[in-house]
Write a protein of this length. Structure first.
Length: 205
């Protein structure tokens, strides 16, 4: 059995879980809770970067980061399912890269306030990261992905975008929704057709 090291709130881990569900292989993966802040957690041995998600294969090989894991899951499920072959592959990977960048910038804002004392926080740094997210939202709002339907399947880019928007709901009180109403509609459609999105949702504390 494959082992996914992750935590419930990780948007990148959520992306891997949803990908596995869409591919029909979720039952072949054991989810192991991981605390990246704990020096004793074995994640630091499995991934030298100490980051999640990490996927442990049956032979002990460890794959990271989420983009590599998602591609492996697609391969494991037969290939060409959520990452198509041919020219269409690059549009899917481009959307995934943009969505992952949104997640990175969002997480950096959270870490700035969580791990730095208030007097040491950089307003310029927070603004710099927030502007990345805002620009990405504006770009996607102007040209949203195609609506997710049973007939056209779900791809890795759409999964990554849904997780990025879900993380903004979790950590930033859904403020993005006022800026991007078309994306709100798109996300509602994604949730309708991908039940694992709701199953992996974490509510704000």
């Amino acid at each position: 059995m494959l082992i996914l090291r992750s935590s419930p709130a990780s948007p990148f881990g959520r992306k891997c879980k949803i990908a596995a569900s869409v591919l029909g292989i979720f039952d072949k993966i054991e989810i192991q809770a991981t605390d990246t802040t704990n020096p004793a957690d074995t994640i630091r041995l499995q991934n030298p970067l100490g980051k999640i998600p990490a996927l442990i294969l049956e032979d002990g090989t460890v794959l990271y980061d989420s983009r590599v894991i998602v591609e492996y899951l697609d391969f494991f499920a037969g290939g060409g399912r959520i990452i198509p072959a041919g020219e269409g592959r690059f549009e899917v990977l481009r959307l995934q890269a943009l969505a992952d960048g949104m997640q990175d910038a969002s997480i950096l804002q959270v870490y700035e306030t969580r791990f730095r004392a208030e007097e040491k926080r950089s307003a310029d740094w927070l603004s710099y990261q927030a502007e990345k997210v805002s620009r990405a939202l504006s770009s996607l709002e102007a040209a949203p992905p195609a609506p997710v339907k049973v007939t056209n399947g779900v791809d890795a880019g759409q999964i990554a975008l849904a997780c990025a928007l879900g993380y903004l709901d979790l950590r930033f009180e859904g403020a993005w929704r006022q800026q991007a109403p078309h994306l709100v509609t798109w996300l509602d459609g994604f949730e309708t057709h991908v039940p694992m999105f709701a199953k992996t949702r974490i509510l704000p504390a």
